[in-house]
Design a protein around this ligand. Structure first.
Ligand SMILES: C[S@@+](CC[C@H](N)C(=O)[O-])C[C@H]1O[C@@H](n2cnc3c(N)ncnc32)[C@H](O)[C@@H]1O
Length: 424
């Protein structure tokens, strides 16, 4: 018996159909029964999917090298905040901290690592993994103090509710903010940050895990229940959804679905607003508006379970991951709104090769003593960079603010095989 299904059905009985984003929100982040809230076993071989940090520590090590270079581009300040959004189990943070301590001691000295994780189960895991770093004050666990981020009370839902009320329909739903665990709440421009301390925001596979709206020629998708099954109904899209499609996406053709990634947009908007000086780096699978105009990435929502794509997001709520490709055009626009300079989108392959080529990926092979160990690590590295692995499907968006254009564009990760390019 699926308890989350019962809970959602109960909500539907009491309040009527809910926007798809709210359904996705409940499936992933219901405080007790949501996919990410209830356990920390989603990742790796025994879980449902791999992320780059699960493949090998070299991902974090190469990124530590890139963060050190960013820190130097910022003028080697006495303190720099590295803020990771959605760190999952904290493996990436562990790799970055360990490698920075060993290889980039000056950067490590300045580094303060903040992990912003929403899932109580994953927060508990992070506290174990990084116990020593948290105790020493080098790392800190926090949550975004943003009621509109990643929960049901963001404006599109409110706009829909207002519209439904005007239509005489009853489909209001809770505006209770997401339950925040005991960690202190944090805003991106938190006042514990020393004045002028620059920030580097990092997010790997974070934006693809945020709830989306789904639109088709029939309207905006809502979820209802009938005869013990979830069913799809459609309402008129909100002005905000339509504006999002106009600006950053495309309008769906008949029989097509497209996602409006409004929560991701608003999250980036908020993050970028908090950066006075620094960088942001978002790595994810996704697309640009141009690619959509060329006919690709229309309807990217998928459910994942035990390393295979499951047929429907309505099966086994809370037991499977639900994810949608990231709209990088929208993310870049949200960052640029706050004066950030965004650099040309590059593949994970180009990005990692750019960082690792100077020393022939010594970061990967340093601890290998035997030829078999080298061969194993070479395979893992190959998985991170080749098209058959994660190299071409994942892309890196880099933004900078308060850094000389040329200096930011000269970052190693942006310069594999071509000269620095700026999007504006
Ligand atoms: C697909 S996982 C990626 C985990 C990790 N970055 C990695 O690469 O292994 C997405 C993570 O984002 C977290 N998350 C989603 N929404 C969040 C929010 N509003 N604030 C903090 N964390 C959030 C989830 O709990 C989950 O840990």
């Amino acid at each position: 018996m699926n308890l989350l299904r019962q809970k959602i059905e109960q909500e539907l009985r009491e309040r009527g159909p809910i926007p798809f984003s709210h359904y996705m929100e409940l499936c992933l982040y219901d405080p007790e029964l949501g996919y990410y809230s209830r356990n920390a076993e989603q990742f790796g071989k025994a879980g449902d999917f791999y992320t780059s940090s699960d493949v090998h520590a070299v991902f974090g090590r190469l990124l530590a090298r890139q963060f050190d270079e960013m820190w130097r581009a910022l003028g080697s300040p006495e303190r720099v905040e590295l803020v990771e959004l959605g760190p999952g189990r904290g493996l990436f943070a562990q790799d970055v901290l360990d490698w920075s301590e060993k290889k980039f001691p000056e950067f490590f000295q300045a580094l303060h690592y903040v992990l912003i994780e929403r899932s109580p189960a994953l927060c508990a895991r992070i506290k174990e993994t990084l116990a020593y770093r948290i105790e020493s004050g080098k790392a800190e666990l926090a949550t975004l103090d943003a009621p509109e981020i990643g929960n049901t009370s963001w404006p599109t839902a409110a706009a829909k509710r207002r519209k439904n009320a005007a239509d005489g329909a009853s489909r209001g739903f809770s505006e209770e903010p997401t339950q925040v665990p005991e960690e202190r709440k944090k805003t991106p421009s938190d006042d514990t940050q020393p004045p002028g301390a620059p920030t580097i925001f990092f997010a790997n596979e974070f934006f693809d895990a945020l709830p989306v709206e789904i639109l088709s020629a029939k309207g905006s998708l809502c979820v209802d229940a009938r005869d013990g099954r979830f069913v799809e109904t459609w309402v008129q899209p909100s002005p905000e959804e339509l504006e999002f499609l106009d600006r950053y996406s495309i309008h769906p053709e008949p029989d097509e679905r497209v996602e409006a990634t409004l929560v991701a947009y608003k999250t980036m908007d908020r993050v970028a607003a908090g950066i006075q000086r620094g960088f942001l780096l978002a790595i994810d699978y996704g697309y640009t508006r141009e690619e959509q105009l060329a006919g690709r990435h229309r309807g990217t929502l998928k459910a994942l379970r035990q390393h295979s794509v499951s047929a429907s997001p309505y099966e086994a709520p809370g037991e499977q991951d639900i994810t949608a490709d990231v709209n990088f055009t929208a993310l870049a626009a949200a960052a640029e709104k706050h004066g950030m300079l965004t650099h040309k989108l590059i593949t994970q392959s180009q990005f990692l090769l750019g960082i690792g080529e100077a020393n022939q990926f010594a970061d990967a092979f340093e601890e290998c003593r035997l030829p078999q160990e080298r061969a194993k690590v070479a395979l893992q590295l190959k998985h991170l960079v080749t098209p058959a692995g994660m190299g071409e499907s994942f892309q890196a968006l880099i933004g900078s603010k308060g850094v000389e254009r040329e200096e930011a564009a000269a970052l190693a990760g942006l310069n594999f095989g071509h000269k620095p390019t700026l999007s504006r």
